[in-house]
Design a protein around this ligand. Structure first.
Ligand code: EPS
Length: 387
């Protein structure tokens, strides 16, 4: 592993902190672009009150000088505006025991976290398991995207399904290949490239909200212009698909990852599943991309295509059945401010996770001391394989 990162911070604490180590020196960094990624994560139809309050922006503490990386760890903080309302409840010294959580939400980290860490106030679990932490993943991913942009790699995401409402695959697959796909997805309040389905998804979210319910969905992430040979077949923990799946599954509420055609491939014979190769006189090409751009744990030069499933958020305004852990009485689960759906935001977080894994694999393949050495290694490689 060449790129490492740590995140810290509680959802209603003073702020979030991130450190990323391993990006090469002299990489141009546009902090406006980094903060724009944080803004993108805050969008999406169906989000709760918190996103109206916060204006997520990182303040960089180290690792960057004159708009370029130094090769040293980049560290940054993001202050929670909501902290002002939680100073006593989240105090690091004496404080107030208020908003105590004793009734675990089914599907949330509440119960296993309380048992594992010996807490009877599950606020101590919620504060860190909260998807607020994904703001830091997006910041880490945004720095990694700066490296990928430098080598013209683009990562896009769009929403395929929210609840039962599905996008028309013919419409979205064609649009996803266009240059402006990311901008078009950003323009939809649900990040869906099918305008008709976008409207239906929003109507579904409104219905779920009225019923005190939440909604999950399916997201597609595509990485374009990835060179072949990232990752490796030689050892299990170096396989690119394994690394991508682990990074994506570590995002709060993500419960499934498919590469390329995914589970639909189970019904096809090998002759229809695998992507045939042809030579057109100057370059090798394929008739399809069912492999999703990865063969043998390595990128193969095609677009990397991934789908992920995000489960519905477990905080319901019409709560499910639960048990009070202090009194052992049957009760309804804890309820507090939350989102009806965060699927569009999760798509932006997923882009960041993919960016981090690809940047790491890129550094492993081409070295990560300084950008000029990396460029020479990359150009030499392109020349050898005649990309
Ligand atoms: C989130 C911040 C949270 C939630 C949401 C995502 O803020 P709060 O809990 O103060 O409303 O809006 O988190 C969850 C849904 C969750 O289950 O943790 C954010 O910054 O994205």
């Amino acid at each position: 592993m060449k790129i490492r990162f740590l995140t810290a911070g509680e959802s209603h604490g003073p702020g979030l902190v991130g450190i990323i180590e391993g990006l090469p020196a002299n990489l141009p960094v546009d902090l406006k672009r980094v903060n724009h990624e944080l803004y993108r994560r805050q969008q999406g139809y169906g989000r709760g009150g918190r996103m109206k309050m916060e204006r997520d922006q990182v303040e960089v503490l180290s690792g960057i000088r004159f708009n370029k990386t130094l090769g040293s760890p980049i560290s940054f903080i993001l202050r929670n505006k909501d902290w002002a309302n939680w100073t006593e409840i989240m105090s690091q010294g004496e404080g107030k025991e208020e908003r105590v959580i004793t009734r675990p939400r089914p599907g949330h980290a509440d119960l296993p976290g309380a048992l594992k860490y010996d807490f009877d106030d599950m606020r101590n679990v919620l504060e860190r398991s909260s998807a607020r932490e994904t703001a830091m993943r997006v910041a880490v991913g945004a720095f990694c995207k700066e490296l990928l942009y430098h080598f013209e790699i683009q990562i896009i995401s769009h929403v395929l399904q929210i609840g039962p409402v599905k996008a028309n695959m013919d419409v979205v697959q064609e649009m996803a290949l266009r240059e402006d796909a990311l901008l078009k997805a950003d323009e939809s309040p649900v990040r869906c490239l099918d305008p008709q389905a976008s409207q239906e998804m929003m109507a579904f979210i409104r219905r779920a909200k009225k019923e005190g319910d939440t909604a999950g969905g399916v997201i597609q992430i595509i990485a374009k212009k990835v060179p072949p040979g990232l990752g490796s077949h030689v050892h299990w923990d170096r396989k690119l698909d394994g690394q991508l799946a682990a990074a994506l599954m570590s995002i709060q509420a993500v419960k499934g990852v498919e590469i390329g055609l995914g589970f639909k491939g189970a019904q096809l014979p090998g002759s229809q599943f695998h992507d045939e190769m042809f030579y057109d006189g100057s370059k090798l090409y394929r008739n399809r991309n069912n492999a999703g751009g990865i063969e043998g744990g390595m990128s193969n030069g095609e677009d990397i295509v991934i789908q992920i499933f995000m489960k519905p958020i477990p905080t319901l305004m019409k709560p499910l059945h639960s048990v009070d852990l202090r009194t052992k009485e049957n009760f309804l689960a804890h309820k507090e401010r939350s989102d009806v759906t965060a699927v569009p935001a999760c798509a932006v977080v997923a882009e960041a996770a993919v960016a981090q894994v690809l940047a790491d694999a890129f550094c492993e393949k081409f070295g990560n001391d300084t950008i000029t050495d990396m460029e020479s290694a990359f150009n030499r490689y392109k020349e050898r394989i005649k990309l």
